[in-house]
Each structure stands twice: as C-alpha cells, then as structure tokens.
Design a protein around this ligand. Sequence first.
Ligand code: BES
Ligand code: ZN
Length: 641
Amino acid sequence: MISKASGILPLALVGLTLAVACAAPDSTTENTTPADEAESATAQMDRPDKHSFARPDVSVKHLDLDLKVDFDNKTLTGRASLHLDRHADAEALYLDTRDLTIHSVTWTSEANSQPQDTPFVLGEPVDSLGRELKIDLPADASVVHVDYVTSPEAAAVQWLDPAQTAGGEQPFLFTQSQAILARTWVPIQDTPAVRFTYNATVQVPHQLMAVMSAENPQERTDDGIYTFKMPQAIPSYLLALGVGDLAFRPMGERTGVYAEPSVVEAAAWEFAETEDMMHAVEELYGPYRWGRFDVLVLPPSFPFGGMENPRLTFATPTILAGDRSLVALIAHELAHSWSGNLVTNATWNDFWLNEGFTVYLERRIMEAVYNPSYAAMLARLGRQDLDQTLADFGPGHADGHLFLNLDGRDPDEGMTDVAYEKGYFFLRTLEETVGREKFDPFLKAWFDANAFESKTTDDFLAYLDKELIAGDEKLAESLQVQAWVHGPGVPGNAPNLESDAFEKVDAARAEWMAGKDPAGLPTSEWTTHEWLHFLRGVPYDVGPEKMAQLDQAFGFTKTGNSEILSEWLLHVIDSRYEPGYGALEDFLTRQGRRKFLQPLYAAMAKHDDLKPMAMEIYTKARPGYHSVSSGTIDGILGWQS
Ligand code: BES
Ligand code: ZN
C-alpha cells in the first residue's frame, strides 16, 4: 500500500492548462494587456518552483496577518501585509492564491505609510495551483497590503461543527497548509524556497482560544483577540492556525500540550517523554532553535498523523493509545525542527530531504529514548511499507526515485513511502558505510551550515561529496548515490535488517497458521509493533473462521489502538469477517486520518461485493473529512460531488 501517498488521480497536465490560463485572463478582474500575457507565459519557464507563481526577483521577508474568524459564514476575513525584499528591478509581485476573494491591494513605502492603491490581476485557476495574483509594484513600494476573504471551501481549512469535537459544545477550526494549501487562506509566495517571519492578530469568538505556529498564549483572553509573533523565518507551508475550546497543560520546561479540556490530561500523559526526546535529539544535532515545542491535539478529522508546524506540532488524537506506544510520531514531528523546518526542501521534488532525514532522526531518537531493538522494529515495518509501495508502482517507476519530477502534478502525489523510507534507508546506508563517528558530525554540520535555508537535492549531494566522500573513490563507488537518488527501487547496498523480536513473532504466527490454539501463543510481552508485524504476516484473505479465532483470543475488533485496528480491518475486509463490519464503519466515520482511510476504502473498492458498503459508509462519513482526505477517497471511489 502507498500509505503516505494521496492516491489523488493524476491531474490534467498543468503545463498545458497554464498556457490557456495565460491567454485567457479572468474578465472579472482588472484589465490585462497582451504584453502582460506574454510576460506571464515566459515566466512559467523560469519559476524555480513549478508549484508556485512566485518569482525570485522579489521575496516576502515578513508577513503581518490580521484575521477575523467567522464560524457562521466559514470565512477568514482580513489583511495580509507583505514586507518585501526586492532583489532586482521587479515591476510586479506574483503571489499564489486559491479560492480567495481579493477586495483591494495597496502599498506603502519606508517614506510614506499612507496606503495607496495599485492595480492587480488575478489569473485563471490552474488545477491545484490556484490563481496567480499579479500586483504592480511602484519603485519605492516596500510593503504590499492585500485585503481578502477566504472561501468556505478553502482546502486548507476545516470548519468543524460542535458534534465533531470531543466536547460537543463549541465549533473548531484548523488549517493544514502543506504542501500547497497555504494559498487557500493567505495570499503568499507559497513555495518552500521563500522564508519569512510573521506577526498575526486573530479575532475569534470570545469563548474560544486561537493558537498558531508561533509564540502562543497559554490562557484564553476575555475579548477573543490573540496576537502572535513568529521571530524565526519559516516557509509558507508551516503557517498554521487552530481555534477551539482549548486548554493547555505543561509537560516539561519547554514542552506542553493543547487540546480540548476532556482530552488534555490524557494527551499530557501520553506525550510525557517529549522533553526526553528533545534532549536526545539535541545531543545528536545541536540545540533546538525554536523556543518551545508544544503539541496541539486536534479533533479526529485531522487528516494526518502529525504536522510539524513550528513551535506547535499538530497531531491526531488517534495516537492516544493509552500506553505511549505510538509516540514515535511525536519524535518524528520534533525531528522536523532540524530536518525540514530548519533546513527545508527547496521544492516538492526534494521532499525526501524533509521526510527521509526526519524518519532517520526519528529512529535515532527512539533508539536513544527507548532502545535499539525498538528502533529496529520501526525500521523493519518501514521497510515493509516501502517494499509494498514499490511493488504497487511496478519496476522502474520514476516515483521510486528519491529526487522526484512532480512538475505538472499535484505535489501530494509525490508524498509516498519512497521519500520517507527509501530516504531513511539511504541515510542509514551512509551511516553504516562510514560509521556513526563520522556520520553524526556530518549530519549535524549539514543542519548548522544550512540553518533557516531551503536546499535542493543537488545541494545535499554536493555537500556529501565534499564533506563525507572527500575524494575517496572506493567509498563513492560503494555508496551508489546515483542509484539511490536518481534510480528506482532499493539499491543492493541497503542494510540488512535484523529484529529478534520479529523472528519470534514470525515463529508464533507460523505455529498458529499450522493449527495451534492462538490463546497458547507467547504474546504476553508483545508491544504494538509486534502485533502489527504479526498481523501484517497473516494472509489478508485468511477467512472468517481463522479471523474469529484470532478475535476471540486477542479482541482485535475492540482494540483502542488505531494502528492495530486499521491493520486488523484490512483483514476484516479481505476475509469478509462480518463481525468486524461494525467496527469498520465506526472507525471510518469517527476519524479522518488519510493514512487509515485510504487503504481501507481501497480494499473495499477492490471487491465488487463490498463497493456498495464502501459507498454507503463514505456517504455518511465524507462531510466530516478534511479536503485532503476526501480528495483522496473521492479518487478511489470515483465519487462525483
Ligand atoms: N509533514 C508531514 C505531513 C505531510 C506530508 C503533510 C506531506 C502534507 C503533505 C508529517 O511530518 C508526517 O510525515 N506525518 C506522518 C507521520 C509519520 C511518518 C510518523 C503522518 O501524518 O502519517
Ligand atoms: Zn514528516
């Protein structure tokens, strides 16, 4: 299964649509001249990031955001003031927007703070890229102010009814900007190549609290007005906002958790090791540079496991297993504070620089805080995911490369296990070939040398060549860097993984398959990961009798562990284990994490007899999903809205 991939069906060729868009500017907006159109057409060629309309001659260095949150109309209304760094004689600023209504654009300068109007043009929509906003830039303009309102359908934003929250009394809102959804709630240069600091003022209903990827309040204000400061420069995909009935609990000196009041205690218990994780990673890669590391636990429709919004990781409540067994996800999002947030992929083709590095750091953290055999189990499960993804792609598929070519596609399509797990195994191969004594300082120096910058795959390869390979031809040959980065599949020098724990699980499973009573298997010490390995090795179509036997012995249908349940439910589907159907429907309607939804809907869609059940469940569940998840499932089920 391609568990991290969106499954979104390939879009129309963006490049082709662009040409049409440029030739047919939107008649409802300002006038466009043929010269504008020609200029716009050439610009498509030299945009360094093909997923953004931004051009490198002028960049946003600071954002002042002033927003009012309107739950009745499901809109964010306000102003984005963009402070510019003008590198060349640019006559226009190009921003990304999608589904935004632009009311007016004004500019100010160092010398004159009186806002003055300037012409702007909104281009035609281009698939997932949205619409280019071209703003004329007078010679001395240093700040551009865009007054706008978002659409209730803004893809980044999910507006939750009280019934979709734990408390059931208050509405909730959260954003998910990665990869290119920031433009649906802020007009911005929505490319990871541009970084800016920001300040924000957000007005919310007075009984709610607002938090952002910034310095955050720990208490509610009386008037519902919250001000935020983000002094470290971030790329747009790390802009984030959450609004709801939130409480805060400190966990350690620099760590705490935000969640709805009925969830916050359990979350603080579950994530209590976060401070230890911070120490472990700082030991390896240097100081944490973002001040605090807090976690916001969202309502269950959050479409990801976690999102590394700086200072405030967003997390799904489905990792609250009650036994701390799913906290590798916290290690993962924390690790992004070095790999991704500090040193950022310059384009989405370089996504493995974010995720592959982060999975590597995550497992180093888990090894340090727990033990090597724990990290080894995670690596083995990761390798299984990777092999499955590559098998689904088929041999020689270009999406099996670390360096991707996503031009003309939704970048979501490149967000697969390849970036995560092949990326991990590449770094692990480097580590094992040169040894940790060399590799650890090398990686630390990569983060230090490139802190708060955006880097390409070529930048990393040049650094690797200079600092680690350093002219050693034999070493260069043994690493097979080209095959890893620009080839499909997993090169032959990937490490062999051993896990004693999993060998024992394999043996137990084999005994059961051969007829032994499952109640007699030596499972009493098994952790979540052993159970996952056990289930993954059970044939999916093992059949209802064997399934009933397992269920009776281990109670899988009733498990509160979301990872184990999702694995079990795949078997429920393929084995037509009907006593599990209720739990399947319940799981699909009470949470919206795409990683869980996608394989389950895909498994049902594969079987003609189960497709009606899939459609029935989806009809009920779809209104509760975030657009990231519903977009993917729409594609799987051929849903027409
Ligand atoms: N940054 C990602 C989530 C993401 C990726 C959002 C691409 C949008 C586009 C986050 O760090 C992540 O990888 N989350 C994983 C966690 C896991 C690998 C521990 C998830 O949500 O499953
Ligand atoms: Zn990640």
